[in-house]
Design a binder for this molecule. Structure first.
Ligand code: OOG
Ligand code: NI
Length: 469
């Protein structure tokens, strides 16, 4: 078992998320409280199964996602370069214009099975699109303030430049350099209670959109939440309420099921924090800003395109139904989702969920009589292969808000449908712009799951000496 080098991307990512989590715990004590609460809930769930936290896969212990909002294209490009050093690459395109935010972005995350197993840390990263700011004066104000911001220290830029010219065989960077990379990186995500602009500017930007003020008025791109993963989000939600945390009313995403799919999330509401704005006397002007919150999530299986379509359709149906019938939203969701199969075998056979296939250890050496091509179902039935659902590693930021949009135009005039199509066209164009900016393609998350599944099938074929499964 070899020690990782200080510049091993997986190792850097793990160091980084630990440091970030510590920093956020110190900045937002309620986050620390939530992490502890999640640990307690998970521990008692495991206890009831006769297990403990250490029985979980190691990734589970430090599994998190974070979110940041950047101001300029240069910042986005630089963050892409930094995250690449930590083994995080863009996956999935999210056009937040769909929900009325002048932002678009991607999730930076590990892409390989091995990296994901070590530590799946992901950062939902968006960047401001000044063209979507409706007031020319505000647009000008925002771009001009951002044009002088230095998110990345000179030291960090130097380290990134240096690291990029290094290959695994010619590592010229020291452990100390790796330490600096972490320290300097944290500065990007740190909270500053001192705004770089006067209160008046802040309020003008906020009138355009609270997100614009949040992005433009601070010297850093403060992390706005950091989200631990739990085994049972309903228990966490109940416990948050019991402990008097300012929890949101309901859990987003699919209803509770036997076979969890995609992502279920809840949060506590953003804190109103004291901010000192520039100007006035030396001391500045007192004000507040509301942006940072705490979130928790439960991750289920990655679904196929067909599985996602069924999910989106049922969710839209549930929203319409609960509006029309004025019934409890959770009850309606459960009722509508009865249509979504809830046993792994059906989910697999109907190709709704992605699976990772494996050859049983005692069958690797051969000793079976199959030749040529055999159906996977047969291998599973005979116990030669096993399968497990692939975990969903991505985000669902539109699952609630997107439905809203689809209710705006009404169903009769068809106008709404045309509008959405146009947005899709535009989205395609802006996705390409983001790819050009990052200098990398942004694969769709579904394609990556598809690849993981088919790679696992190929692995089985090779190990069993079959030509096709
Ligand atoms: C978007 C955050 C999206 C999630 O869990 O869907 C996200 C933002 O507010 O910047 O983190
Ligand atoms: Ni989140």
């Amino acid at each position: 078992h070899e020690e990782p080098t200080p510049w091993d991307p997986d190792h850097l990512r793990t160091r980084f998320v630990r440091a970030l989590s510590d920093m956020y715990r110190a900045e937002v004590p309620l986050y620390g409280k939530l992490v502890d609460l999640v640990n307690n809930v998970d521990t008692s769930i495991l206890q009831s199964r006769g297990q403990s936290l250490s029985d979980l896969p190691s990734r589970f212990q430090l599994e998190r996602h974070g979110a940041i909002r950047l101001g300029t294209q240069q910042e986005m490009r630089m963050i892409g370069r930094l995250f690449a050093l930590m083994g995080m690459y863009p996956v999935g395109y999210y056009d937040l214009k769909m929900v009325g935010f002048p932002l678009h972005g991607t999730a930076f995350r590990p892409r390989t099975e091995e990296s994901l197993r070590k530590n799946p840390f992901r950062v939902f990263t968006t960047v401001l699109r000044p063209k979507l700011i409706s007031s020319p004066a505000v647009r000008e104000m925002a771009t001009s303030i951002l044009s002088t911001r230095q998110l990345f220290s000179a030291k960090l830029v130097e380290l990134i430049d240096h690291a990029e010219t290094t290959t695994p065989d010619s590592v010229k960077l020291t452990t100390q350099d790796a330490d600096s990379l972490i320290t300097e990186s944290l500065k990007i995500f740190k909270w500053h209670s001192r705004s770089s602009v006067p209160l008046e500017t802040y309020l003008t930007l906020k009138t355009e959109h609270p997100m614009v003020a949040d992005i433009v008025c601070f010297p850093s791109a403060h992390i706005n939440h950091l989200t631990p993963r739990t085994l049972d989000i309903d228990a966490v939600q109940a416990e948050m309420i019991a402990q008097g945390l300012p929890a949101k009313e309901c859990i987003e995403g699919p209803p509770r099921r036997k076979c969890e799919i995609l992502l279920r999330q809840t949060s506590f509401k953003a804190l109103e924090e004291r901010v000192i704005f520039a100007g006035g006397a030396e001391q500045g002007v007192d004000g507040t800003h509301t942006a940072r919150f705490g979130e928790v999530e439960q991750r289920g299986a990655a679904v196929t395109r067909k599985g996602r379509e069924l999910y989106d359709t049922l969710l839209a149906k549930a929203v319409r139904k609960s509006e029309r019938e004025d019934k409890d939203a959770d009850a309606v969701l459960k009722e509508v989702f009865a249509e979504y199969p809830d046993d792994w075998e059906t989910l697999r056979k109907e190709e709704l969920v992605y699976f990772r296939y494996r050859v049983a250890e005692d069958k690797m050496a051969g000793g079976h009589n199959w030749k040529g091509s055999v159906h996977m179902d047969t291998l599973l039935k005979e116990g030669v292969a096993s399968c497990e659902p692939i975990t969903y590693e991505d985000f669902l930021p539109f699952s609630a808000a997107g439905i809203f949009t689809s209710n705006l135009g009404g169903e009769k005039d068809g106008g709404h449908e045309r509008k959405l199509q146009r947005t899709e066209e535009e989205s395609k164009r802006s996705r390409v712009q983001l790819e050009e900016l990052l200098g990398r393609t942004i694969p769709s998350e579904i394609d990556l799951y598809d690849e993981l599944q088919s790679d696992s099938v190929k692995e089985c074929e090779t190990l069993l000496g079959l030509s096709q499964i």
